[in-house]
Design a protein around this ligand. Sequence first.
Ligand SMILES: Cc1ncc(COP(=O)(O)O)c(C=O)c1O
Length: 411
Amino acid sequence: MPEDPHHALRPETDVLTRGFDPKLSVGSARPAVFRSSTYVFSSPEDAEKAFDVLGGRRKLAPGEGVDLVYSRFNHPNAEILEEQVLPLEPGGVAAAVFNSGMAAITTVLFTIVKPGDAVLFTVPIYGATQTFVLDFLASYGVHGFTVAAGDGEAIDRAIRETPNLRAVLLETPANPTTIMTDIARVTKTSAALAQPPLVLVDNTFLGPAFQHPLAFGADISLYSATKYLGGYSDIIGGVAIGRDRALMTKIKSKRSLFGNILQPDESWILNTRLATVYLRMERQSENARLIAEKLAKHPKIAKIYYPTLFEDPEQRHIYETQCEEPGGLISIDLTGGKPAAFDFLRRLQIARNAVSLGGVETLVCHPRTTTHSSWSAADLDASGVTEGLVRISVGIENWHDLLADFERALA
Ligand SMILES: Cc1ncc(COP(=O)(O)O)c(C=O)c1O
């Protein structure tokens, strides 16, 4: 028996077998939900020890336990989830769960940066992430800089030339045009600097099944767990997984301060979803690939965005070297502009018109007037978020039925 029985297991197996001891849940095959806000100490000495550990004044020896304290700091369902989500991100040594994807992103950035530092991020990026860096962090003296996603040379240059660069944040593929950024190239360029910035990757769109940023040298992989991890459009959550235990401990201590840990019920729900995330994502990706390839030549579609249909050689190279499957998101640019896009949304019978993505049901939205409506017209045009663009998050329905729905709505 190897010292760590999990060291050789593949993620789909490991996720089902680690991090949970049924004896601690009166033998229950699935974890109990521990809703308690506070925990009874074994002794006053153990209470003192627990606070010393929380305050960073005492380190635990390998295998040494410590009493739980209070559920804003930590609770069993978060601990189980954090242990079980780890194998899904190879290279990760610790995870932290949050009550939204934005809570994960903002807490990680707050932990890393201080006034005078700079944060560089690729655009397009999720709108609230952009607002947080450019508006909110700016008011704390942190300088935000943007660079076009996918443009390797411009990103290298920006990394080398941005003064006091502390963090590089990538969202790849970027929403809604699926443009990809080369994670390995960014981590290599960053590591070559005298004071390397941390590389953070929002892995919401292709992770955890098809893209593994830590394996390409990134420091932290971030998730809106609301999407594929949650998988049923019924939970808001976030996850950060990192390669440096000390940094993850600092992030968790900020989480205790902000009070944005994922609550016990939500942790339990998210935990139940981990076991099927590969199954769901594989089906969603295969459905999307079949549909995208059938729609590619449709006369009402001016342009289609999907990784297997990339024409740009740099994008093809990134997709082929960085991603295991193309994923479940397709964007289509309709020839008739906004009226055609709205007509298409109105006529759909199976797919539903809603924002968000990654659920088992197919969701479709018009980014220019919804998810990206706060952008200027110039930024929208520059990023390809046109009047006719529709984003499709493909679910697990039968793909023939979905294709028929799309073709009927286009006709
Ligand atoms: C790529 C990406 N990152 C982060 C977020 C924010 O996540 P949440 O809504 O769970 O806070 C979203 C939400 O749509 C997203 O699409």
